[in-house]
Design a binder for this molecule. Structure first.
Ligand code: OKS
Ligand code: ZN
Length: 347
């Protein structure tokens, strides 16, 4: 298994996120990835590779060019407001909800920040662009590795920030560029006619769903906490089936907070059956391990040993597979849990 790791992930290190009226320390920290790297090294799992330069042409097909340009310039626009802003992270605070215009782009930076985001818990820092684009490159390289002749069957994009909440033109939920969507598009470009994305993170992969919602060539499946009570709240319900050519190519499997492995794994099997019925040629797994019982912001009850079984179940599809790294905040256990999935998957 090839592991494309993001050597500059730590340049994205948010200080604070808004939570219940207070700024609190960010959950999505560089240490998360260091624990995964340590666990893989200790167990001899995978061969590490550094990513190549990001394919910005591909990035601008999955995301809108104006969003990509916004993100690329955000930090310099922030400093232009006031040079002392270098000491602060960027957090949005105003959004165009129902009835506001979405067809205009104000020049005011705070307004543009709101236009391209959906929450106040996802800081942009000085190094966010650098880290996010290197992560995107890991995802694209991983996809190209599993589709090349003589390549491995499985590769992982071991990167942060995560990606599955990022849509074509918005950031949020700690995500900026949608690594899983980029991997799926790279698999399509490399000749896979039908690609499935299976998102096993605790949170609904709203960005991934939105990007492919009207496409029939990419099946999106997500097993997640019921959005009635769990983030991202406004998408991820069972009746979202896709639209137009994409009708029937989106499957949401929401489960109540408190769900244990026995119930969770039934939903996983349902997702795997849908992928088999879709006759996917390649698979992307948006791997979050915030389904873990010890996760500080999530409410499923998976135990570390269960992740070995998860890996075996994912491998049963027998498809060329790319893993992307999504959530998981029980920092010291994230490494063991990710390593267990990869060990269970094998190869
Ligand atoms: C609001 C909570 C934000 C939760 C973000 C979830 C990030 C994640 N303060 N997505 O998969 O793990
Ligand atoms: Zn999550």
């Amino acid at each position: 298994m090839l592991i494309f790791h993001n050597p500059v992930h730590d340049q994205h290190a948010g200080r604070q996120e808004m939570f219940r009226g207070k700024l609190v320390p960010c959950h999505e920290t560089p240490a998360r990835l260091e624990y995964v790297m340590d666990a893989l090294r200790q167990r001899g799992i995978g061969e590490l590779r550094a990513p190549s330069a990001p394919d910005m042409e591909l990035v601008k097909r999955v995301h809108t060019p104006r969003y990509v340009d916004f993100l690329a310039r955000a930090w310099q626009d922030w400093l232009a407001l006031d040079p002392t802003n270098a000491e602060l992270d960027i957090l949005p605070s105003v959004w165009p909800v129902r009835g506001f215009r979405h067809d205009i782009e104000p020049t005011n930076f705070a307004a543009r920040l709101g236009l391209f985001s959906f929450d106040s818990g996802c800081p942009i820092t000085a190094g966010t662009w650098t880290a996010a684009t290197a992560g995107a490159a890991c995802a694209i390289d991983a996809a190209r590795a599993v589709t090349g002749t003589g390549g491995p069957r499985v590769a992982m994009a071991l990167t942060r920030p995560p990606g599955h909440h990022a849509g074509a033109d918005f950031f949020g939920g700690y995500c900026f560029l949608n690594n899983a969507a980029l991997a799926a598009q790279a698999l399509r470009d490399a000749g896979a006619a039908r690609v499935a994305i299976l998102d096993v993170d605790y949170h609904h992969g709203n960005g991934t769903q939105s990007i492919f919602y009207e496409r029939g060539d990419v099946l999106t499946v997500s097993v997640h906490g019921d959005p009635t009570t769990e983030y991202p709240f406004f998408l991820g319900y069972a009746d979202e089936a896709g639209e137009g050519a994409g009708f029937g190519a989106n499957l949401n499997l929401p489960l109540p907070a408190g769900t244990d492995f026995a119930t969770w794994t039934q939903a996983l099997q349902q997702g795997l059956s849908a992928i088999a019925a879709f006759k996917a040629d390649a698979l992307v797994i948006a791997l979050g391990v915030d389904t873990y019982e010890g996760d500080p912001i999530s409410k499923f009850k998976l135990k570390s040993a269960h992740y070995l079984e998860v890996g075996r179940a994912l491998a049963s599809l027998g498809l060329p597979t790319v893993f992307t790294m999504e959530g998981g905040y029980a920092v010291a256990d994230v490494g063991v849990n990710v390593a267990n999935v990869l060990e269970g998957f094998g190869g």
